[in-house]
Write a protein that binds this ligand. Structure first.
Ligand code: NOJ
Length: 736
């Protein structure tokens, strides 16, 4: 597999010298992460702990779900005080590492990760996360608990917003882009002041929380784990990610944080991870509730022996590891190993040489521009009947809907530090455009939208724009919902707008891919604007009024109804011909030999990879440089090169994401109907055409068995190249 860029063991000389000098208490201190002090007594206690070398890290938050709220802010002076004590007053002067949930933005908020993944533009994602790192480190934060790379197939799960969607390949590209953005791409970049230590989370399988209910148990086969869940973590590790967070969940009855297999063997062993693992908040002690430990001491023993190096809050390690060693139940080698992992990263990020931070004022204007750019690439044009969009800038607009004057929700969940005051509402953004261009805007205020008074407004001349969707408090941690249909009162509003005979544009603000079937018939155009951060409204208007040609492609399937879940494009080939993902829209009744549903067709509402543009593209039949290749040659690094010509056949400049899927026709395991194995986003002038080539090598053409053996098997493989996963544009190669 790919070259592993982890090289944190290069600090082991310094690490081991320091370790030699440490007492058991000081070692355990390095494994203890406290939260912010909640009262003066706790403040005093924490100061003493720093003085005594009993704290290795602080999470700058007071509660475990702090990223969903505005309850706290960062204060550089606050933690410098602790740092001074740790560095100047403790025996060995080991600096603390300060962590915080800087997930998809700090002061400037970028799109939720699910949306950013839809940009299919890793270079742009990397730039954005670089900007995030600059803002966060300018306020002294060393370490972020991001990127979240949990693959999920369940849009009921509130935390779907935080990850890259349903596809392992997109997940992997997103993971490495985010890590490089936070940490820099060279080995030594981590020591730069504007680098933020990244943390790939939640290791492992958290996105499979049963029923989409947060913190629920997960049941994942080894086959799915290896092929779908692990790739993003592997990519994060290969990109040099310095830390990993273990997840709350169990897999098949074994809490991940109590599993030497998942952490020691798989993460450190197979994936070659050399950094440290932090637990999720209080997840060491939760093993009592899960019924795998009798008391806190057993929790601590399970956690440390499994390879969880640092205990996030609630002091389970701090209170129990010493007695475990003294009672002979725990070999100190486990503690030494964990301390080594932590110290390596403290050396790698330069904390010993440069432990203090001061607040630095930075110019955020370029970040806001970047936020607007990526938001424009992340939004999805899902419908555009009769090319209703883009609208003319001198159009008369009637704006209604619960999100027309909303600011906060546009930021999305996990954006506690994002400045709300700099967010523009849809009403303000539309006003900016129409006022400057001779158009007009009438807004139906939120207090009357759901009563008949709105009907009066719909009698005005113009185009109706409805700002619809869901708020940011129905997604994120512990915010799952059972039904993902867009709300009934919004459907009613759209119905009334449609009944007026005017054209209706729906701008959907959402954290998850909502089920839009009930509303779709009443909307002539649908722009899925997600929770795209600070610049959501500006970016939506850039698209609505044609300054930006939409290019987002969905990194997740849009189901027709909640009952469709789980529905994902890379499903395994079924036993009988079914009317499912790749079925037929108008076939809903099953006949012998078919499965699917009796009541609705099982095809998606919008498939993975889908998104319209204001122009059209033609992708030629794929050609390969050779129709066959031996597995040995692939192993030696040779590739099959797949080429297509892409032509912009419309009248506007635009960007297209060319997507390459494979299907392994006969294999020793049932393989997915389609699997994404490459993509390239290109920009073409009207009429322009370009040839693009995508490589398929050893890493792309095989799969893992349930035990983690990588298999590249001889036989035929279909290669599809198109503009979404439904493409039938294909060729075939043979592996010899
Ligand atoms: C719990 C969440 O699961 C995790 O993602 C987050 O980083 C921690 N809390 C810290 O806030």
């Amino acid at each position: 597999m790919s070259i592993n860029k982890q090289n944190f063991k290069r600090f082991d000389k310094q690490v081991n010298e320091l370790l030699e000098k440490m007492t058991l208490k000081e070692k355990i201190g390095q494994l203890n992460q406290s939260s912010k002090a909640k009262n003066p007594e706790q403040q005093k206690k924490y100061e003493d702990m720093c003085r005594n070398g009993e704290m290795g890290s602080m999470i700058l938050a007071a509660t475990s779900t702090a990223g969903n709220t505005d309850e706290y802010k960062v204060y550089t002076e606050y933690y410098n005080e602790f740092q001074k004590i740790a560095v100047n007053e403790s025996r060995l002067g080991i600096p603390l590492i300060f962590g915080r949930d800087v997930i998809h933005g700090h002061r400037t908020v970028f799109p939720i990760p699910l949306a950013s993944a839809c940009a299919f533009n890793p270079e742009l994602v990397e730039k954005c996360y670089r900007a995030v790192a600059k803002e966060a480190t300018a306020e002294g934060i060393h370490w972020t608990f991001s990127p979240m790379v949990d693959l999920t197939r369940d849009p009921r799960w509130g935390r779907i917003i935080e990850g890259p969607g349903e596809d392992p390949y997109v997940g992997a590209r997103f993971a490495e882009a985010a890590v490089k953005g936070f940490q820099g791409s060279d080995e030594d970049d981590l020591a730069n002041r504007d680098s933020l230590v990244a943390c790939a989370k939640h290791y492992l399988g958290y996105g499979f929380s049963e029923g989409g209910r947060d913190y629920n148990t997960t049941d994942i086969s080894g086959y799915t784990l290896q092929n779908c869940v692990l790739p993003a973590f592997r990519a994060a590790v290969n990109a040099g990610c310095a830390t990993v967070m273990s997840s709350f969940n169990d897999i098949n009855g074994v809490p991940v944080a109590a599993s030497p297999y998942y952490i020691n063997e798989l993460l450190h062993g197979e994936l070659g991870f050399e950094g440290f693992v932090v637990s999720d908040w209080g997840s060491i002690r939760q093993m009592i509730r899960e019924g795998v430990a009798r008391d806190l001491k057993e929790c601590a023993e399970l956690g440390i022996k499994s390879g969880v190096d640092m205990d996030m809050d609630l002091s389970c390690y701090a209170d129990n590891l010493e007695s475990l060693v003294n009672e002979g139940k725990l070999d100190v080698k486990y503690i030494d190993e964990a301390v080594r992992n932590v110290l390596r990263i403290k050396f790698a990020c330069g904390l010993f040489d440069d432990p203090f931070r001061e607040f630095v004022e930075i110019d955020k204007k370029p970040h806001i521009e970047l936020a607007r750019e990526i938001a424009g690439e992340s939004m999805l044009l899902l419908k555009n009947s009769n090319n209703l969009l883009p609208l003319n800038k001198d159009e008369k607009i009637i704006l209604a809907g619960p999100f027309s004057q909303e600011r906060h929700s546009l930021k999305g969940s996990w954006s506690g530090d994002g400045e709300v005051s700099i967010i523009t509402t849809m009403e303000e953004a539309i006003t900016e455009v129409v006022d400057a261009n001779g158009g007009s805007l009438v807004t139906v205020k939120n207090d009357i939208i759901y009563n008949k008074a709105s009907l009066e407004f719909f009698k005005n001349d113009g185009v109706i724009v409805l700002a619809l969707g869901e708020g940011s408090l129905v997604s994120g941690e512990a915010n799952s919902i059972a039904e993902i249909e867009i709300s009934e009162n919004q459907v009613q509003l759209a119905k009334e707008a449609h009944a007026s005979g005017k054209k209706v544009v729906g701008v959907i603000i959402g954290g998850r891919p909502l089920a839009l079937q009930p509303i779709e018939p009443y909307l002539d155009a649908i722009l899925y604007a997600w929770h795209c951060g600070t610049e959501t409204a500006h970016a939506a208007c850039d698209i609505i009024f044609g300054d930006v040609n939409p290019s987002g492609k969905s990194s997740v399937t849009f189901v027709k109804s909640t009952g469709h879940i789980p529905l994902y494009y890379n499903e395994l080939l079924p036993a009988k011909k079914i009317n499912s993902y790749y079925g037929t829209e108008n076939v809903i009744r099953t006949t012998p030999g078919f499965s699917g549903y009796l009541d609705i067709p099982a095809v998606p509402m919008y498939p993975f990879g889908f998104g319209l543009s204001y122009t059209t593209f033609e992708i030629s039949a794929p050609k390969v440089n050779t129709p066959s290749i031996t597995v040995e040659k692939l192993k030696e690094g040779e590739c099959i090169e797949v080429s297509v010509t892409v032509k912009n056949t419309g009248t506007r400049k635009g960007k297209e994401t060319v997507q390459l899927y494979i299907h392994d026709i006969i294999a020793s395991y049932i393989r997915p109907q389609k699997e994404l194995k490459g993509f390239k986003k290109i920009e073409l002038e009207a009429g322009e055409e370009k040839e693009i080539t995508l490589p398929l090598g050893y890493d792309e053409l095989g799969f893992f068995d349930e035990r983690g053996n990588y298999l590249v098997e001889q036989g035929d493989i279909e290669i599809f190249v198109g503009d979404d996963c439904m493409t039938k544009n294909k060729t075939k190669i043979t592996l010899l």
